[in-house]
Design a protein around this ligand. Structure first.
Ligand code: ADP
Length: 187
């Protein structure tokens, strides 16, 4: 199974991704995590990404597409994967479609978690107190949400038009939300 998991910052993608990974034996590929690791290792990619990430801005599409095309060719992806945080723009969604085509593969679902904006800011400010993430501060959170609506929300339309989009209410307990996802995936 190949799944794209989408949703505004704070919608609970990371939490649900971990549960899905477990249940369906998928590889969880979070571009945010991959980039944070690159920064920690002080790689050239990490260096290029850091200035954008600290400001809550998107890392340029070309960097993301190169990184992900390479990653998805890795044999550990053969059993299926869950993409978390990618694609985040229309060019990324188109680029992913081209990469998959080259491998003669396609996506099964694009799952979109939606939730009330205020609830999301509240969740993220709380997380920021524990996560130590440099981009979990109120100002940067607002910027990340604005960028989501501007650049990432259009990707929902892209997948809707392909019949892949499944929209799921992200408010509720972790288990409740997970069960909604499982229902959709197993239907
Ligand atoms: P969030 O909780 O906001 O979804 P992520 O961990 O997915 O956070 O991403 C953190 C940051 O990493 C983003 O704000 C952005 O700067 C960068 N990033 C991650 N994925 C992408 C992507 N697909 N395209 C561009 N930038 C990305």
């Amino acid at each position: 199974m190949r799944i794209v998991l989408m949703g505004p910052p704070g919608a609970g993608k990371g939490t649900q991704a971990a549960l899905l990974e477990n249940k369906y034996n998928l590889i969880h590929l979070s571009t945010g995590e991959i980039l944070r690791k690159e920064i920690k290792e002080d790689s050239s990619l990490g260096h290029q990404a850091k200035t954008f990430m600290d400001k809550g801005q998107l890392v340029p599409d070309t960097l993301l597409l190169e990184m992900m095309e390479r990653r998805l060719k890795n044999p550990d992806c053969d059993g299926g994967y869950l993409l978390d945080g990618f694609p985040r723009t229309i060019p990324q969604a188109e680029g992913l479609a081209v990469s998959l085509d080259k491998l003669d593969l396609s996506l099964d679902y694009a799952i979109s978690l939606f939730a009330d904006e205020l609830e999301l800011v509240y969740r993220l400010v709380l997380r920021g107190k524990n996560s130590g993430r440099s981009d979990d501060t109120p100002d940067v959170i607002r910027d990340r949400q604005r960028i989501y609506w501007e650049h990432t929300a259009p990707v929902l339309g892209f997948y809707r038009s392909k019949g892949l989009l499944k929209e799921i209410d992200g408010i509720g307990s972790i288990d409740e939300v997970f069960n909604r996802i499982v229902d959709v995936v197993e239907k």
